[in-house]
Every structure is written in structure tokens, then in C-alpha cells.
Design a protein around this ligand. Structure first.
Ligand SMILES: Cc1ncc(COP(=O)(O)O)c(C=O)c1O
Length: 317
């Protein structure tokens, strides 16, 4: 990952300011209690097209607003306005490289006590971004000793800041034990997801993934992979509870997410997955996913928001 320059322009509390000036008071509610909701969106730079493509940007903002509703906060803008704001920030920064966009809406009350007072604010920061989880040759994952948060405790689907302590603890443990990534089981003992990614297995020629009710984040990459599996790989996709030991006997396992992209898992808990190499389904999925998000497959142009072309279109009208 690349360092973000303090001069990078970000949207912060109704203004566009350099990152170095985007500061919150130390008593901010969200800082103490984790009461924010965030998103993660990627933009891919296409040198061939001289264009930046934001991936499923409007859907990310739909999910963000819905998740904010769970916490009783509201950025007060429509998904389309937020897409425009995001494009604007990218253009102002003249980014011509892959980027990651981090919107965050948070309870902004500067006083002690969990009781919210209805005040919230939001920011959108975009930054140059590369590979999050190097996985070209497959990664080694462990089943975490930490359980996934339950929907009735802190909903995993909501991308709530405080909930990511769960992911941080699992990642710390995985790294300390020499693994690349952690896989969570939920309180029922079923496989849920990775620390910041969803999980798929290949079993008996079909894709299997934990259902939305298994305490997962309902990933947009997961949705893309399901569509690509049907359309491009002609595979059935089954959403159901997944047992831990299915990870050990699957032909393939791979993780999906905006940051992670498509990461093949070639070992779980020191056991080889399939032959212990990147399998044909994961390999093909990486290819079709990359083609889709880089604007090389017209069928998936519907997922992409061109950032710079938009300027020309506006000027023409
Ligand atoms: C816990 C968790 N699961 C899954 C995902 C993947 O979601 P998406 O594909 O929408 O990025 C993320 C990514 O942010 C995540 O944090």
C-alpha cells in the first residue's frame, strides 16, 4: 500500500480540504465508541482508456446509507450525489493510478457518554492504492480462535467502525502465527468470512458461499463473483451454511472483497487446499474480474463509473 500525502484533498465536514487539515476533536463520540459506518470503494486506472473506473460506486453508497440507518446516522446526500462528490475529489487530486475511496459517516458529538444526540458528520477520502493482500501464488489462512460478531451484538453487515476490532484481533492472531489471513467461524460454528473479505469454496463443480444470514458483510465483490460465476464460468452458486471441515476438503477456496479482490487460498490451517496451488476456478475468476473492473468487458460496464469522461460530458452540455 502507498502512503497518502498530507496534501491530498478530501471531503470533510461539507468542505474540501487537504488531508492534513481534516481533524476531529479528541472527544468525538465515534473516536471513543466506534460509532461510525464506513465504506471501501476501488477505482481502477485504465491507461488504455485514459480513464478511471469506480467500481459499483453507487451501490456502495446505497449500502453505506442503509448501514448508516442501522446506527441512526445519515450523510444527508443521495447515492448519486455521493458518486459525483467522489469523482470530483479524484479529479481535484488528478489521480491517474488505482485508488481506494474511504467514505466514513460518524457520530460527531464531542462529549463523554454513549447516548447519541443525533449529530453526525462524514468524510470521503480517496488515495492511491495498490495490492492489499498479495495472493498471486495463493495465501495461507487459518481458522481464527476469535468468533465472528453476531447480528444481535454488532451487525457484521453494517461496516460499523467498532465492529472492526473483531477483524483486527483475528488479523493480529493470524499474523503472529505466520498466516496471511484469518477465517472467522460464527457462533454456530459455521464459516462466516475473512477479516475484510467474503469466502467461496469450489465443491463438486459448484461454487459455495456462506449465506447472508451467517454474520457476513454482504459484499459487492461477492455479488460480482456470483454474477461472473453464472455468466462467464457457467457455474452454479450455492449460498448455504458452510462447515469448517469443508475448508479442508474443498477443491478450491478463495476470498473476495474490494480491497482483497480475488485471493486464492492454497492452504488452510497447514492443510493443502486441493493440490495446494491456485485452482482453475480462482484463476479464471481473477481474469474475468480483472477484465470487468478495468473496463475490458462491455457486459460489466454497468458496474463502472468513469471519472474523467464525466468532466468532458459536463463540458459538452
Ligand atoms: C468484513 C468484510 N467482509 C467482506 C468484505 C467485502 O465486501 P466488498 O466486496 O463489498 O468490498 C469486506 C470489505 O470491506 C469486509 O470488511
Amino acid at each position: 500500500m502507498l502512503d497518502t500525502s498530507p496534501d491530498t484533498l478530501v471531503y470533510f465536514e461539507n468542505d474540501i480540504v487537504p488531508l492534513s487539515q481534516a481533524r476531529v476533536p479528541v472527544l468525538t463520540h465515534a473516536f471513543h465508541y466506534g460509532t461510525g459506518v464506513f465504506e471501501g470503494i476501488r477505482g481502477y486506472w485504465s491507461a488504455e482508456r485514459d480513464e478511471m473506473f469506480l467500481v459499483r460506486c453507487e451501490e456502495h453508497y446505497h449500502r453505506w446509507i442503509a448501514n448508516c440507518r442501522i446506527l441512526g446516522i445519515d450523510p444527508g446526500k443521495t447515492p448519486r450525489e455521493l458518486v459525483d462528490l467522489t469523482s470530483e475529489i479524484i479529479r481535484l487530486n488528478h489521480f491517474r493510478t488505482d485508488v481506494y475511496v474511504r467514505p466514513l459517516c460518524y457520530m460527531s458529538t464531542p462529549k463523554i457518554g454513549v447516548k447519541p444526540d443525533g449529530k453526525s458528520n462524514f468524510l470521503i477520502a480517496a488515495m492511491p492504492f495498490g495490492v492489499y493482500l498479495p495472493s498471486d501464488n495463493g495465501i495461507h489462512a487459518c481458522v481464527s480462535s476469535w468468533r465472528r460478531l453476531e447480528d444481535n451484538a454488532i451487525p457484521s453487515r453494517a461496516k460499523i467502525c467498532g465492529a472492526y476490532v473483531n477483524s483486527v484481533l483475528a488479523t493480529m492472531e493470524a499474523q503472529a502465527n505466520g498466516f496471511d489471513e484469518a477465517i472467522f467461524l460464527n457462533e454456530s460454528g459455521h464459516v462466516a468470512e475473512g477479516s475484510a473479505c467474503n469466502l467461496f469454496l469450489v465443491r463438486n463443480g459448484a461454487l459455495v458461499t456462506p449465506a447472508a444470514s451467517e454474520n457476513i458483510l454482504e459484499g459487492l465483490t461477492r455479488a460480482s463473483v456470483i454474477e461472473l460465476a453464472h455468466q462467464e464460468l457457467h457455474l452454479d452458486v450455492i449460498e448455504r451454511p458452510v462447515d469448517r471441515t469443508e475448508l479442508y476438503i474443498a477443491d478450491e477456496v478463495f476470498l473476495t472483497g474490494t480491497a482483497v479482490e480475488i485471493a486464492p487460498v492454497t492452504r488452510v490451517d497447514h492443510r493443502l487446499v486441493g493440490k495446494g496451488t491456485v485452482g482453475p476456478v480462482a484463476r479464471r475468476m481473477r481474469e474475468v474480474y480483472a477484465a470487468a473492473v478495468h473496463g475490458r468487458n462491455e457486459r460489466y460496464a454497468k458496474w463502472l463509473k468513469p471519472v474523467y469522461q464525466h468532466v468532458l460530458a459536463t463540458l459538452r452540455h
